[in-house]
Ligand binder design. Structure first.
Ligand SMILES: [Zn+2]
Length: 136
């Protein structure tokens, strides 16, 4: 299955590429840093170096297989490009990433662009959050 996806993206099938694609597809977390991928490979006893992980993820990004996010205060994280549009929330305390999609916000962004004489082409919205303060 991974072989087909790699070929479809115009990439030669190599073992590191297959392994890294498998990790991204089977991960509990949809957003992984290069270090996360590297650790997962080590846990699975796969001998792929960190430099290779970086290189392959960049190749995946260029081929449109994955999307890279550069959230503030952290490493780049990667997620598979498939799936519906969504925005992100990043917890500044735990680094946890939450996906959300809100129709109102989507609509509002289009309206704001139109108000300024533009058609909205794309957007990326990131909310930086922290756990709600507990009242004592
Ligand atoms: Zn996401």
């Amino acid at each position: 299955m991974e072989n087909q996806e790699l070929r479809k993206a115009g990439l030669k099938v190599t073992l590191p590429r297959i392994k890294i694609l498998q990790i991204l597809e089977n991960a509990d977390h949809r957003h992984m840093s290069a270090e996360d991928v590297y650790k997962a490979l080590m846990d699975a006893d796969e001998d792929v170096g960190l430099a290779t992980v970086y290189r392959v993820l960049t190749q995946f990004e260029n081929a449109g297989l994955v999307v890279r996010h550069n959230f503030d205060g952290g490493h780049s994280v990667f997620e598979l490009a498939q799936g519906n549009h969504h925005d992100h929330m990043v917890c500044v305390e735990s680094g946890r990433i939450v996906e959300f999609c809100d129709e109102e916000i989507e609509k509002l962004q289009k309206q704001i662009a139109e108000k300024h004489g533009y058609d909205l082409v794309d957007h990326s919205l990131v909310l930086y959050v922290k756990p709600k303060a507990q009242k004592k």
